[in-house]
Design a protein around this ligand. Structure first.
Ligand SMILES: [Cu+2]
Length: 112
Protein backbone atom coordinates (compact mmCIF):
# COMPACT_ATOMS: atom_id res chain seq x y z
CA UNK A 1 0.00 0.00 0.00
CA UNK A 2 2.78 2.33 0.84
CA UNK A 3 4.48 1.61 -2.48
CA UNK A 4 1.29 2.39 -4.32
CA UNK A 5 0.94 5.73 -2.53
CA UNK A 6 4.53 6.55 -3.40
CA UNK A 7 3.95 5.63 -7.03
CA UNK A 8 0.90 7.87 -7.20
CA UNK A 9 2.78 10.72 -5.58
CA UNK A 10 5.59 10.33 -8.11
CA UNK A 11 3.11 10.26 -10.97
CA UNK A 12 1.50 13.45 -9.69
CA UNK A 13 4.90 15.12 -9.48
CA UNK A 14 6.14 14.08 -12.88
CA UNK A 15 2.90 14.65 -14.85
CA UNK A 16 3.03 18.46 -14.79
CA UNK A 17 6.63 18.37 -15.96
CA UNK A 18 5.64 16.15 -18.85
CA UNK A 19 2.81 18.52 -19.73
CA UNK A 20 5.11 21.50 -19.58
CA UNK A 21 7.52 19.78 -21.90
CA UNK A 22 4.73 19.01 -24.35
CA UNK A 23 3.73 22.66 -24.30
CA UNK A 24 7.29 23.73 -24.88
CA UNK A 25 7.71 21.53 -27.93
CA UNK A 26 4.34 22.71 -29.20
CA UNK A 27 5.51 26.27 -28.84
CA UNK A 28 8.74 25.53 -30.64
CA UNK A 29 6.81 23.99 -33.51
CA UNK A 30 4.64 27.07 -33.77
CA UNK A 31 7.70 29.27 -33.91
CA UNK A 32 9.20 27.04 -36.57
CA UNK A 33 6.04 27.16 -38.65
CA UNK A 34 5.99 30.90 -38.38
CA UNK A 35 9.53 31.37 -39.63
CA UNK A 36 8.87 28.83 -42.39
CA UNK A 37 6.03 31.08 -43.49
CA UNK A 38 8.17 34.21 -43.67
CA UNK A 39 7.16 34.49 -47.33
CA UNK A 40 3.63 35.30 -46.18
CA UNK A 41 3.08 39.05 -46.35
CA UNK A 42 0.10 41.00 -45.08
CA UNK A 43 -0.78 44.39 -46.47
CA UNK A 44 -3.81 46.64 -46.55
CA UNK A 45 -5.21 47.65 -49.91
CA UNK A 46 -8.25 48.97 -51.70
CA UNK A 47 -9.74 46.35 -53.98
CA UNK A 48 -10.54 48.02 -57.30
CA UNK A 49 -11.71 45.03 -59.25
CA UNK A 50 -11.84 41.30 -59.02
CA UNK A 51 -11.96 38.95 -61.97
CA UNK A 52 -11.09 35.36 -62.66
CA UNK A 53 -7.55 34.83 -61.47
CA UNK A 54 -6.77 38.51 -61.09
CA UNK A 55 -7.36 41.36 -58.66
CA UNK A 56 -6.58 45.02 -59.20
CA UNK A 57 -5.57 46.66 -55.96
CA UNK A 58 -4.23 49.98 -54.71
CA UNK A 59 -1.85 49.31 -51.86
CA UNK A 60 0.39 51.40 -49.67
CA UNK A 61 4.11 50.77 -49.26
CA UNK A 62 4.95 47.15 -48.31
CA UNK A 63 8.39 47.48 -46.71
CA UNK A 64 8.62 43.72 -46.04
CA UNK A 65 9.14 43.12 -49.75
CA UNK A 66 10.36 46.56 -50.77
CA UNK A 67 7.28 47.61 -52.71
CA UNK A 68 6.27 51.25 -52.96
CA UNK A 69 2.62 52.26 -52.94
CA UNK A 70 0.95 51.51 -56.24
CA UNK A 71 -2.10 50.39 -58.11
CA UNK A 72 -1.51 47.05 -59.77
CA UNK A 73 -2.95 43.80 -61.05
CA UNK A 74 -2.14 40.86 -58.85
CA UNK A 75 -2.51 37.19 -59.65
CA UNK A 76 -4.86 35.21 -57.46
CA UNK A 77 -2.99 32.10 -56.40
CA UNK A 78 -4.69 28.72 -56.84
CA UNK A 79 -7.45 28.38 -54.28
CA UNK A 80 -7.17 32.01 -53.16
CA UNK A 81 -9.89 33.03 -50.72
CA UNK A 82 -11.74 36.13 -51.87
CA UNK A 83 -15.32 35.15 -51.10
CA UNK A 84 -16.05 37.85 -48.57
CA UNK A 85 -14.76 40.92 -50.37
CA UNK A 86 -16.10 43.01 -53.23
CA UNK A 87 -14.68 45.82 -55.38
CA UNK A 88 -14.51 49.08 -53.43
CA UNK A 89 -13.70 47.30 -50.17
CA UNK A 90 -10.68 48.03 -48.05
CA UNK A 91 -9.08 44.64 -47.64
CA UNK A 92 -6.19 42.89 -45.95
CA UNK A 93 -4.16 41.08 -48.58
CA UNK A 94 -2.25 37.96 -47.72
CA UNK A 95 0.49 37.56 -50.31
CA UNK A 96 2.63 34.56 -51.04
CA UNK A 97 5.13 33.75 -53.71
CA UNK A 98 3.52 31.75 -56.48
CA UNK A 99 5.16 29.02 -58.59
CA UNK A 100 6.72 31.74 -60.78
CA UNK A 101 8.39 33.33 -57.76
CA UNK A 102 6.19 36.42 -58.03
CA UNK A 103 3.96 37.46 -55.19
CA UNK A 104 0.33 36.60 -55.66
CA UNK A 105 -2.76 36.80 -53.52
CA UNK A 106 -3.40 33.91 -51.16
CA UNK A 107 -6.39 35.59 -49.52
CA UNK A 108 -8.30 38.86 -49.37
CA UNK A 109 -10.07 39.56 -46.12
CA UNK A 110 -12.39 42.43 -45.27
CA UNK A 111 -10.90 45.00 -42.91
CA UNK A 112 -12.92 45.32 -39.72
CU1 LIG B 1 2.15 46.71 -56.02
Amino acid sequence: MRNLTLALALAALTAPAALAQANMSGHDMTMGDHSAMSDGIHAEATLNSLSDGMANVSHGPIPDIGWPAMTMDMTLLDGAETGEVAPGDTVMMMLEKGPDGMYGIRALMPME
